[in-house]
Design a protein around this ligand. Structure first.
Ligand code: C2E
Ligand code: CA
Ligand code: CA
Length: 557
């Protein structure tokens, strides 16, 4: 190739560069070795710390324009060109901008030699890789594209080591309070502190606006990754003190052991570390979380379930079902009513999903508001239909705290009760003690409002959380439901039974009714009836089932 090219002189190339320069943002250059002369697109002078766009004494002049840490690398590469027969130059390093800030560039060139192989000149192009996110000029670090390139050298699996992803907590808040420039300072300092804490062989990237990633392929353990995180945190802490608490910020970290990746891919590293960092933030920020495959699987299932629940709700509650469990009077085992229990069925999750799994997701996402509204209507419809046969039939509905905080559930209940032509005292609302129940006015107002309208109120899961008699006196529910865990213990443990007995007496002393939940056997029923409760509920007497089955099994007898 050089046979023709070598006839073109370096000075001709200078002319070509001058001609082409206005047509590109990149910087074309020619380096004439014989003349020790360098010529670069004139607009480079406005960007980089160059004395001119055409100069002699190349090495000395370049030294002023190159980021000091990177100059040895450049010099070594150029030396190799001059002393071997290599014909290409391809190097990523930093130049200094006119503001003396590092700017990541990639410099490529072709070396033209004479017939004897002596290098005449090198011509090529410099481009700023910061522009396409390969590097970041705020922190002076390489970016996600460079990380991708670095990881792509491994095809089958990654070598032993770890990756630590560090995120600045709530950078948006810092930007909003103190301005973008302060935000930039926080990022610069964070990147500086991480750099100072790196051990030999570790590389640092800035992957998204407020996140950094350290790769260690040196076989170090995740413990050392956590240690690195702690060291950076300490430096930040000291910096904050030094600045007299003018700026307060923290960082979170997610560590991934490379042995936990099952393929050598950039996307997997990004996905797993993103999850790990999010977990650290979810755990309250200013902490470090170690990636764990089991947790991640659970997280994926949860996320997927969340998606399915949302879709099901948007799709007219497809997959949601209302089950009903009978409630009996304890003395004559007469059917009193039913508790409405939500079910969710999805083939993608192997059929029925346990309410213990999906109800918390509905609550977290506030989807319990539409789902709770839906089941309330199913429950009231059921009550209306069964009352055709049993006019005193009562229906119980579970209400979540989220529904109280996020909707006008009280008004909705009363409107729906009216809509179905039901007597309010046929409807029981079950609520769990939460600590908020006695103190938050939204709860106490709702409670008083429903009570006044004649709705029956039941305090659910008694004996699980903190059981304080004070709130029984304050709230005056109509029914206290003893949780299965408490009842089951009382059956096998005399002391527990004594305690339950005592509770039961006190509840009766307040003129409230007791319902024992989760009666599974005849023996359990016999023992628990000694309390004695007013109501019984449990698999032994009847399992939750759909409406038609319920009517067939418990109503038409
Ligand atoms: P919960 O309100 O305490 O409901 C009673 C739970 O005990 C039900 O579980 C029922 O199937 C189960 N159970 C009844 N008898 C027995 C028994 O003899 N042995 C045993 N081992 N268990 C028995 P389920 O249906 O899995 O519901 C779990 C929880 O999910 C409910 O506890 C309630 O907190 C919540 N939940 C269910 N449906 C709804 C709903 O529509 N809205 C709201 N907000 N929460 C609901
Ligand atoms: Ca309940
Ligand atoms: Ca319960």
């Amino acid at each position: 190739m050089n046979s023709k090219v070598e006839q073109i002189s370096a000075s001709t190339i200078c002319e070509v560069i001058e001609l082409l320069s206005p047509a590109t943002d990149d910087y074309l250059y020619v380096y004439d070795f014989g003349q020790d002369h360098y010529y670069i697109s004139p607009h480079a002078r406005q960007r980089f710390l160059l004395s001119d766009y055409s100069f002699h004494n190349v090495s000395e002049n370049l030294k002023k324009a190159v980021y000091p840490e990177d100059f040895p690398k450049l010099r070594a590469d150029l030396n190799e060109i001059l002393t071997t027969d290599r014909c290409t130059h391809n190097l990523t390093y930093r130049l200094l901008s006119v503001e003396e800030k590092p700017v990541w560039i990639n410099c490529r060139g072709t070396v033209v030699r004479d017939e004897a192989g002596k290098p005449l000149y090198m011509a090529g192009c410099i481009n700023e890789i910061g522009k396409d996110q390969k590097a970041d000029n705020v922190s002076g670090l390489l970016g996600a594209a460079s990380l991708k390139l670095y990881l792509s050298q491994y095809k089958e699996s990654f070598p032993a080591g770890f990756v630590l992803r560090i995120g600045v907590d709530n950078l948006k808040g810092v930007n909003a309070r103190l301005g973008i420039e302060y935000g930039d300072l926080v990022l610069q300092k964070t990147s500086e502190f991480i750099s100072e804490c790196l051990l030999p062989g570790e590389t640092l990237y800035r992957v998204v606006s407020d996140e950094f990633l350290v790769v260690d392929f040196e076989g170090r353990r995740t413990e050392e990754g956590k240690e690195l995180y702690r060291n950076v945190r300490n430096k930040i802490h000291n910096f904050i003190i030094e600045k007299n608490y003018e700026v307060l910020f923290t960082i979170s970290g997610g560590v991934l052991d490379f042995k936990d990746t099952d393929e050598a891919s950039y996307s997997q590293v990004m996905k797993y570390t993103e999850y790990a960092l999010n977990e650290a933030k979810r755990l309250g920020k200013n902490t470090c979380y170690l990636y764990n495959t089991e947790d991640y699987r659970r997280f994926l299932r949860r996320r997927n379930l969340n998606l399915h629940l949302r879709q099901a709700i948007n799709n007219h509650f497809e997959g949601f079902e209302a089950y009903f469990q009978p409630l009996f009077s304890a003395d004559d085992h007469r059917l009193i009513g039913a508790e409405t229990l939500m079910r969710f069925r999805s083939e993608d999750f192997g059929g029925m999903v346990s309410p213990g799994e999906f109800i918390p997701i509905l609550e977290e996402t506030f989807l319990i508001v539409p789902a709770g509204r839906w089941i309330m209507h199913e429950a009231l419809k059921m009550c209306r239909d069964v009352q055709k046969y049993l006019p005193d039939f009562k229906i119980s509905i579970n209400i979540s705290h989220v529904q109280i905080l996020r909707s006008s559930i009280g008004r909705e209940i009363l409107a729906a009760v009216k809509q179905y032509g039901l007597n309010p005292n046929c409807v029981t609302i079950e609520l769990t003690e939460s600590g908020l129940l006695e103190t938050d006015t939204r709860f106490t107002t709702l409670w008083a409002h429903l009570k006044e309208a004649g709705i029956t109120l039941a305090l659910d899961d008694f004996g699980t959380g903190y059981s304080n008699f004070r709130y029984l006196t304050d709230l005056q529910p109509d029914i206290v439901k003893i949780d299965r865990t408490f009842a089951a213990k009382a059956v096998v443990d005399e002391f527990e039974f004594e305690m339950l007995s005592l509770f039961s007496k006190m509840i009766h002393g307040l003129d409230l009714k007791v319902c024992v939940e989760g009666v599974e056997t005849a023996a359990e029923m016999e023992k628990l009836c000694q309390l004695p409760p007013e109501y019984l509920q449990g698999f032994f007497l009847g399992k939750p089932c759909p409406k038609e089955q319920f009517i067939e099994q418990f109503v038409h007898i």
